[in-house]
Design a protein around this ligand. Structure first.
Ligand SMILES: Cc1cc2nc3c(=O)[nH]c(=O)nc-3n(C[C@H](O)[C@H](O)[C@H](O)COP(=O)(O)OP(=O)(O)OC[C@H]3O[C@@H](n4cnc5c(N)ncnc54)[C@H](O)[C@@H]3O)c2cc1C
Ligand code: FES
Ligand code: FES
Length: 491
């Protein structure tokens, strides 16, 4: 096995980092080591966007820039990417078009948030798609400003991102892509020693054998959960194994029957294929975290983390997904709902790796509804999340998989309600009311700062009723405040 240090492109040169403490974040490297203090630290937990940087990677044959939160991203995750910060934008003594637009539209006051806004807008500018207001709001959902107000910032964004990109980065994109292609080799990355290391194997065999040797190591996908263990819980994680270079975990296969999603596929990469399953899934992904979180966060990390309020598990359970795991040479597959045993406990042995998820498509006659209830529309964790797949046969319910997040210590199906709904006519409000009244048999929800137990039970019942009413009506638009994009609203 050939191993090498991490390598990435920064300011036109390849940086080779042969030694660094494994938990080093991109933000600490920039500010403390490189003394590049344009990138700010606000919250240190991925929420405010002050630390936003742009990562360039070759995707679908072209260089694409995505925003990322430097505060929770590990330095080792940069391997193979170009890192662009706010210091790298102005050129030839002139501000970058997004910077100039923020000046022209009075989009900055104290300026603390401004580098983060600039970098998010830089990534949108590079897309050159003639961004509309909706695209701007979506891209900026992970950037908070506490003094300017968003109207001038949005005006600046619309002015700057309405034309094809014509800046130094766009002009040298072919050369940058060629350099990144040279960095993309099949060698395993290993920095450190047997007691403390950052590793990024390039193949599933190498990952499995490394995890067998170090079952106490922490797997890292996008680090949007693990990063907070470091910055907020101040945990010491001496052995970190990144999955982002494992070719087999980075693939997403689409067939007529199912999607097979590698554990290290990010939300951003899975959005089109998953969103095509149903408009509700597209909306859920648009509201999951922020653009920065979706650049890094993986579907496998959301599942493996086992959070009772993660958004993917209820959705995937309602679709009948299976999870595949590998431990050394051994492989096994189980229905995803059986993976979650109890709060904080998953059916995963130390050293075992989630490799992929198999997500069947909806069968003929099956209808999906997904509702996320959170305190904010954008970038917020669910208080309650419902995903349900309901099969209709001649106007009657002939099977339902109803999965909730936020209602128990694990993502969990409402089995008593499912049974009570079996055979009920889809427009029989009284029978549906009696069925959802059984939610109390399925769940004893928590009272916490997000929502009370009584609220959770009430909202959960109402969501099931709302979903079934939409299915009965064959149209979702009448019950929605948020317009759905993409696929038709009906069905
Ligand atoms: C600002 C912010 C907003 C967020 N919003 C949402 C939201 O709206 N909805 C939501 O559901 N989540 C949200 N999250 C949580 C987080 O983004 C997700 O849980 C994400 O999917 C985690 O993926 P990751 O790749 O970053 O995981 P990591 O942080 O890399 O890992 C998470 C866990 O999974 C383990 N792991 C990772 N990969 C594997 C593997 N292949 N096999 C076994 N174990 C593995 C890790 O060891 C760790 O225990 C948010 C986080 C932040 C910071
Ligand atoms: S410092 Fe707030 S998101 Fe990174
Ligand atoms: S300009 Fe002060 S926080 Fe945005």
């Amino acid at each position: 096995m050939t191993t090498r240090p991490i390598r990435f492109l920064h300011r036109g040169a390849v940086v080779e980092a042969p030694g660094f403490p494994p938990m080093t974040t991109v933000l600490d490297w920039l500010r403390l080591e490189r003394r590049l203090t344009g990138t700010k630290e606000g919250c240190g937990e991925g929420d405010c966007g002050a630390c936003t940087v742009a990562l360039g990677r070759v995707k679908d044959g072209r260089l694409a820039y995505e925003p990322a939160n430097a505060c929770i991203m590990l330095l080792g995750q940069l391997d193979g990417a170009e890192l662009v910060t706010v210091e790298d934008l102005a050129s030839g003594g002139r501000l970058h078009p997004v910077q100039q637009a923020l000046v022209d539209h009075h989009g900055s006051q104290c300026g603390f948030c401004t580098p983060g806004f600039v970098m998010s807008l830089f990534t949108l500018y590079q897309e050159g798609a003639g961004a509309d207001r909706e695209a701007v709001l979506e891209r900026l959902a992970g950037n908070l400003c506490r003094c300017t107000g968003y109207r001038p910032i949005v005006d600046a964004a619309l002015a700057a991102c309405s034309t094809p990109p014509d800046d130094a980065h766009a002009r040298r994109s072919a050369a940058t892509a060629a350099t990144l292609a040279d960095l993309a080799d099949g060698d395993d990355v290993f920095v450190g020693n047997e007691e403390a290391f950052f590793a990024a194997p390039a193949s599933l065999d190498a990952l499995a054998s490394l995890m067998q040797r170090h079952p106490d190591a922490t797997l890292v996908g996008g680090s949007t959960d693990v990063g907070l263990w470091i910055t907020k819980q101040l945990r010491t994680l001496p052995k970190l194994v990144h999955t982002g270079r494992v070719a087999e975990l980075r693939t997403l296969t689409v067939t007529d029957e199912a999607l097979t999603i590698g554990a290290a596929v990010t939300y951003g990469e899975a959005a089109v294929a998953l969103g095509a399953l149903d408009p509700d899934v597209a909306l859920l992904l648009q509201r999951l975290g922020s653009a920065q979180v979706r650049t890094a966060g993986t579907i496998g990390g959301n599942v493996a983390n086992g959070s009772p309020i993660g958004d993917m598990p209820p959705l995937l359970i309602s679709l009948g997904a299976e999870v595949a795991l590998r431990h050394g040479e051994a492989v096994r597959t189980l229905p995803l709902e059986r993976f979650f045993i109890a709060y904080g406990r998953q059916d995963r042995a130390p050293g075992e790796v989630v490799t992929h998820l198999r997500v069947p498509r909806l069968a003929a006659g099956e209808h999906l509804r997904v509702f996320k209830i959170a305190k904010r529309h954008d970038q917020d964790i669910s208080s309650v999340m419902l995903a349900m797949a309901v099969r209709l046969d001649g106007g009657r319910i002939a099977g339902a998989r109803i999965a909730f997040g936020g209602m128990a210590g694990i993502p969990k199906r409402a089995e008593a309600v499912e049974q009570a709904l079996d055979g009920v006519a889809i427009d029989d409000g009284a029978a549906i009311g009696r069925a959802v009244a059984r939610l109390g048999e399925d769940f004893t929800p928590l009272d916490d700062h997000r929502a009370s137990a009584a609220y959770r039970l009430k909202v959960a019942a109402n969501l099931v009723i709302k979903g079934l009413a939409e299915i009965a009506a064959g149209d979702r638009s009448a019950t929605r405040l948020t317009p759905l994009r993409g696929a038709s609203h009906a069905a």
